[in-house]
Design a protein around this ligand. Structure first.
Ligand SMILES: Cc1ncc(COP(=O)(O)O)c(C=O)c1O
Length: 394
């Protein structure tokens, strides 16, 4: 029996279908990797965040199994009641060693870390948030939960940010940026942001989800990339991308900030802690990265190789150095068609259109991993070339 709610929702779904914005998830039938089995097809994977190839690393798998054997499936509690296990403390200590921060606090996801941090730090109408327009959806939602004044500056527009900071008399001023922007693949100008933060006594918070395990000589992210490590920014990041690809996120900051979150951050207080298997696996992934920084070199080599080849065939790629290489298509329906045809040729890459990106800026977001072989990348470029010609984009 269909209710009035079903009818309303169904008509909205119908609109999505008609405008070509209805999303269909394909079935992944293998572990995540450079080559996967998807919908019964062997496919080169060009859309995962598995930048260092650690999602299916044997050492990560083993560590997750050991943690299950030691601690079981889960905490059956939030952290402060009886859910802080040794594996959480071990992981947080490992994050501190890796990032070089004073303290770290894990959350069930980076989404939760952002929602747990932002409205907790900037919480009253006397506080103010300054956020880049292209920050991740979790930051946007976190800001919606805060009672602070909201200032959204145009993407990477530091002049606009400065004029907003200058005009603000807020008590706590929180500047928020992604380190690497997830849809563009470009990098925040951290040294300049830091300078502005210092000049206007603001706090700088950087979401490093696409930068951790990607940028910097040791994969410590945007600050290491620019040589400004340890300069007092607050970081959030995910354990669900380069660092093993499971789930989980963290805040890396001063001891005082983390202690304050432990007392006041709502997802920390009212939602279960990370499962032990994730703690064990993520810790092992960070240790592999610390022991094998050469993975970052391979990631950079693969990224350069792919970016050069895909540009050479005449497609428009947003320039940059990160492994997020968006191939611009323009029209959302065309992006869908492109994605479908690539998949028929054994390449999976996800297309994004409005409202995820602005109207007319639909794209295929290619993501390169350290574990891609040059043959796999060549195969992808050849498929792009064939489909791009067929669709009149080359
Ligand atoms: C910049 C950024 N922040 C936060 C998140 C959310 O991360 P998680 O999957 O750990 O919730 C993502 C994931 O796509 C992201 O790209």
């Amino acid at each position: 029996m269909s209710t009035i709610l079903d009818e309303i929702l169904d008509s909205r779904l119908q609109e999505l279908r008609q405008s070509g914005r209805y999303k269909h998830a394909l079935e992944l039938m293998s572990p995540q990797g450079p080559q996967v089995r998807m919908n019964e097809r062997d496919t080169v994977m060009l859309s995962s965040n598995n930048y260092l190839g650690l999602a299916d690393d044997q050492r990560v798998r083993n560590a997750a199994k050991i943690a299950i054997d030691q601690y079981g499936q889960g905490t059956a509690s939030v952290r402060f009641i009886c859910g802080t296990m040794s594996c959480h403390l071990d992981l947080e200590e490992t994050i501190c060693r890796f990032i070089g921060c004073e303290a770290a606090l894990t959350y069930i996801s980076c989404w939760d870390a952002n929602v747990g941090l932002i409205p907790t730090l900037a919480c009253t109408p006397e506080d103010a948030i300054f956020s880049d327009a292209l920050n991740h959806a979790s930051i946007i939602d976190a800001i919606r939960l805060s009672k602070a004044q909201r200032n959204i500056f145009k993407h990477r527009d530091l002049a606009e940010l400065e004029s907003m900071l200058k005009a603000s008399a807020a008590k706590i001023k929180l500047i928020i940026t992604d380190g690497v922007f997830s849809m563009e693949g470009d990098i925040a100008d951290l040294p300049a942001l830091k300078e502005l933060a210092n000049k206007y006594q603001a706090i700088l918070m950087v979401d490093e989800s696409h930068a951790t395990g990607v940028l910097g000589a040791h994969g410590r992210g945007t600050a290491e990339h620019f040589g400004v490590l340890g300069e007092g920014t607050i970081q959030t990041s995910t354990l669900g991308k380069a660092l093993g690809g499971a789930c989980g996120g963290y805040v890396a900051a001063s001891r005082v900030v983390c202690d304050y979150l432990i007392q006041n951050s709502r997802p920390h207080l009212f939602s279960n802690a990370l499962p032990p298997a994730v703690c064990g696996g993520a810790k092992a992934a960070i240790e592999v990265l610390m022991a094998e920084p050469q993975r970052l070199e391979t990631l950079r080599r693969n990224t350069q190789y792919f970016r050069k080849k895909i540009s050479a065939i005449g497609l428009k790629v947003l320039e940059g150095i990160t492994p997020i290489a968006p191939v611009m298509v323009g029209d959302a329906a065309l992006a869908n068609q492109f994605q479908k045809k690539l998949f028929e040729q054994g390449i999976y890459v996800s297309g994004f259109g409005y409202p995820v990106v602005p109207k007319g800026e639909a794209r295929l977001r290619c993501q390169i991993c350290a574990t891609h072989t040059s043959q796999q990348l060549d195969q992808a470029v050849e498929a792009f070339s064939r489909v791009g010609s067929e669709l009149g984009l080359i």
